[in-house]
Design a protein around this ligand. Structure first.
Ligand code: PLP
Length: 515
């Protein structure tokens, strides 16, 4: 349980660095002392042979590899200290909108770490990896059911990779019909990767406006749908956290004009077991396993963005496909990779995918079951609406109002415009100050159409006490800001590094260190 927010440190403390702020972060190489070791090798108890006989000279290094020379306690302390310099989900709530930073049950880690899973060689022959192929096949079946679309490929390694795959599938589908359609429609609320993927796939992006309920402006869509449109890419619920009430009409409009329908299912947390993109009329969906399906993410770890598709898109799916054969009359089914798909767009990656991610997600889906997934989505939506209601009661209702005032799904978007205007405190300041209260900030300045946006996604794994504590932290930050806006403007005070110059950090990043 998250404790009730601790009182803010008075700004007079701001110039007194904390222990972490005083201690500089060093690399493991800087800790190296010649001759120091973390282990001892037992004496050789077999006859020794000259090195030349074992490894020919031409294959040997000329100089010893440069490794840090440190003792075991130093290694443990070094990495433990480093881990505490960052904010993580195991430390506190992480309501980062559009990212679904929810707790990953440790059971799934144990499943992924089983030796048969973790030590599987990526080039293992399918005959000797039957269990792994069966897991992939079963995961594909589960995702097909969740998405309401019959065919799945686990190949894409990220959500954006799934988007690119979906657009290449769209191109292959139209090319097969002798059609050249140069445009792809995306709403102005779309996640940034959508227009980026469209451009990478060689299409022209056409933006569709948002109506005053936060959904697609159907009249604007109607005026843009024609024979040049290859596809509509949509997220539903969208990045404003609202479910599009006109979704059937929208998908029909595009389908009738010959386009494909792409559902950005990066985040399925609001709809798992409740509604399905296939039933809404979509052809292609990608799912970020590193969001709703319990793969820990952030920090650039491995992910997976499987795609599920309709019958009309299936012939173009990437190869290899995982296939099952036999299995009748008490014989065990056989699993294999199939490459012979003449219309396929080809391979999207080396090997078969990030298998550990598949193992975790499969364990998650099987341990929750269909009812459990639906319950997780219901709790995610309930938690978001509870937090929203708590925020509306307090000062946030005045200074950080909801951008589109509707019941939200798994997340909601506030606008910090009044806080900026009336208190002189920007969304960035509120976000930074939250760190001092033990919360990771929400996503900020996205979606772009909301002025001073704060996008909050509490997820189903936070308790009511955590949500109350988060609401109280917002309240306290705004109370402070009414008294003295400088407190938020100079935040954070308690993190290992204080406010960073983010423009320089992204424009002139220092990514090399000479040792
Ligand atoms: C709505 C949406 N679409 C697509 C993506 C892209 O996913 P990835 O980061 O795995 O490429 C994200 C990721 O944040 C997302 O939130």
């Amino acid at each position: 349980m998250t404790p009730v927010p601790t009182p803010s440190p008075p700004p007079s403390n701001a110039d007194t660095p904390t222990a972490q702020q005083r201690g500089t972060a060093t690399t493991i190489f800087e800790r190296s002392v010649e001759g120091r070791r973390a282990g001892s090798v037992p004496a050789c108890d077999v006859p020794e042979r000259p090195l030349d006989e074992l490894i020919p000279q031409k294959l040997r290094r000329e100089r010893a590899v440069r490794l840090p020379e440190v003792s075991e306690p130093e290694i443990v302390r070094h990495y433990n200290r480093l881990s505490r310099r960052n904010f993580d989900l195991d430390t506190g709530p992480y309501p980062l909108g559009s990212c679904t930073m929810k707790h990953n049950p440790r059971l799934n880690e144990r499943v992924a770490a089983l030796p048969g899973h973790a030590r599987l060689h990526p080039a293992q022959s399918p005959k000797r990896a039957q269990g792994a192929l069966e897991l992939m096949w079963r995961l594909e079946r589960a995702l097909a059911e969740i998405c309401g679309l019959p065919h799945v490929s686990l190949q894409p390694s990220a959500g954006s990779h799934g988007e690119l795959a979906g657009l290449l599938l769209t191109r292959a589908y139209h090319a097969d019909r002798g059609e050249d359609r140069p445009r792809v429609l995306t709403p102005d609320t779309a996640h940034g990767t959508n227009p980026a993927s469209v451009t990478m796939a060689g299409y022209e992006v056409v933006k569709v406006a948002t109506d005053d309920r936060g959904g697609v402006d159907v009249d604007d869509l109607r005026s843009k749908v024609d024979d040049d449109v290859a596809c509509l890419m949509l997220t539903n619920p969208n990045t404003l956290g609202v479910f599009d009430e006109n979704i059937r009409e929208i998908t029909k409009l595009v389908r009738d004009a010959g386009g494909t329908l792409y559902y950005d299912g990066a985040n399925l947390n609001a709809i798992m077991g409740r509604s399905r993109p296939g039933d809404m009329g979509f052809d292609i969906v990608h799912v970020n396993l590193h969001k709703s399906f319990s793969q820990p993410h952030g920090g650039g770890g491995p992910g997976a963005g499987p795609i599920a598709v309709s019958d009309r898109i299936e012939p173009y799916l990437p190869v290899p496909r995982v296939v099952r054969s036999g299995g009748g009359n008490a014989a065990a089914p056989q699993f294999d990779f199939e490459y012979s798909k003449p219309k396929s767009i080809g391979r999207l990656r080396g090997f078969a995918g990030n298998f550990g991610v598949f193992a975790r997600s499969y364990a998650y889906i099987r341990s929750l079951g269909g009812d459990g997934l639906a319950e997780a989505s219901e709790a995610a939506v309930l938690n978001a609406n509870y937090l929203l209601a708590r925020l509306k009661e307090g000062r946030a209702g005045r200074y950080l109002p909801l951008a589109f005032d509707r019941t939200c799904m798994h997340e909601f978007v506030l606008s910090g415009a009044p806080a900026k205007r009336e208190l002189g405190v920007k969304t960035l300041d509120v976000a930074k100050r939250l760190l001092d209260f033990g919360f990771h900030p929400p996503t900020i300045y996205f979606p772009l159409l909301v002025d001073e946006a704060l996008m909050v996604e509490p997820t189903e794994t936070e308790t009511r006490e955590d949500l109350d504590a988060l609401a109280e932290a917002f309240e306290e930050i705004l109370v402070e800001a009414e008294r003295d806006p400088e407190i938020a403007r100079a935040a954070p005070y308690t993190t290992p590094v204080r406010r960073l110059d983010e423009a320089s950090a992204s424009r002139r990043p220092v990514v090399r260190q000479t040792l």
